[in-house]
Design a protein around this ligand. Sequence first.
Ligand SMILES: [Zn+2]
Length: 430
Amino acid sequence: MVRRALRLYRLEGRLELLPHGLWADGYPRLWLPPVPGDAVAREPWFWAVDGRGERHPLAWPGGTPWGDGQTVFRALAQRGWAGPRPFISRLPLHPHRLPPAARHLVRQVLLAASRLPPNGSCSFPRWPIEPSWEVWKAVLACCSLPVPSFRWPEAERYGLCLSHDVDTAAGQCNVLALARIEEDLGLRSAWFLAPGNYRIDRGLWGEMTARGHEVAAHGLRHDFKLPYLSPRRMAARLDRCCELLAEFGAAGFRSPAFLRTPPLVEAVAARFVYDSSVPDTLRLHGPDGTGCVFPWRLGPLVEVPVTLPYDGELLALGLDARACFALWCRKAAWIRQVGGLVHLLTHPDPRFTADRSQRELYRRTLAAILEADGPLWHGLPVEAARVAASQQAGRWQTGEPASGASSSHEALVNRATDETISLTGAGCST
Ligand SMILES: [Zn+2]
């Protein structure tokens, strides 16, 4: 698989036609595959300006330099197939043999090594918001070109999913405290278990599924080696994991630390309904993710991306509760604006969302998301995957012609709300 290069371009042209605030950081920039310099038949409505200040025609009514909009989406989605391989995956000892404080230190070092800036960077995907998918969709819609289409059930405006990775036995002991917070707010979540890392409490998980929660798979041993094993050993681990979780109907998978390779994606596709190992943007081991905040197709799988910075990432950055709350609310508001999926991952393990103050932060954040404007669809990740799977793969809608000043902000936001991404993996092998 050859990954297409991406370049960061400044967007120029009829920006007044695009939803206000779409680029999140105040600058109309987006990542694109290199823009061909071909002559165009019509006057462009949008230009891509490269780092040297040269302007490339980007989109005009009925056309782009690539002929259709899919080229850009495929290039962005390619980042879902693999992420950076961290040093920790090469360690001979199991990381959970280290005490929690030492593991916390390792996370801090990894984040420092990735030079995580507070508000984005010059690499793809920017953090904590990568708006290229949404900017490109808005550009296509303005130019009456097809955009990928997705509808939330009951015509809801955006989605909310919650999930937890239960990495350790100590984390399993804290599950009910987090579940009660969700249930008091009328919410349920998915719990990704590593059943080879600790003895799973079958009574607990039977009760949790009876209460409406979902049990899913988080690999077998959580030693960060799964994506890099031989096909035979990878299959053996996944099969054992499925066997241990079979009574709970586990349909979803998330790789520890979001680590993945193309062979792992294919092995997961043979055993699970959906995957949740591809964040929209993550910096733990260096820039990682696709920038996509909707359920989408990763080859034969439905991908249900984690779209809010997860608890371990923010804690390793040293953010206090007030800063975490502000960041989560800011990102959720942006996702709500574009009609995407707010998906928050937290851990019940020590040093994550286990103690009282962190649980209170979690409760406040969920309450704030629920209080925000707009009809909200809430479901389990497996239900979000079913929503995506029930819609035709590659369903595209033609954007209505934008007519100058008459294309109001609200109309464009509503149009963006009506659609999301559903790509086949066919274009990912170029
Ligand atoms: Zn984990």
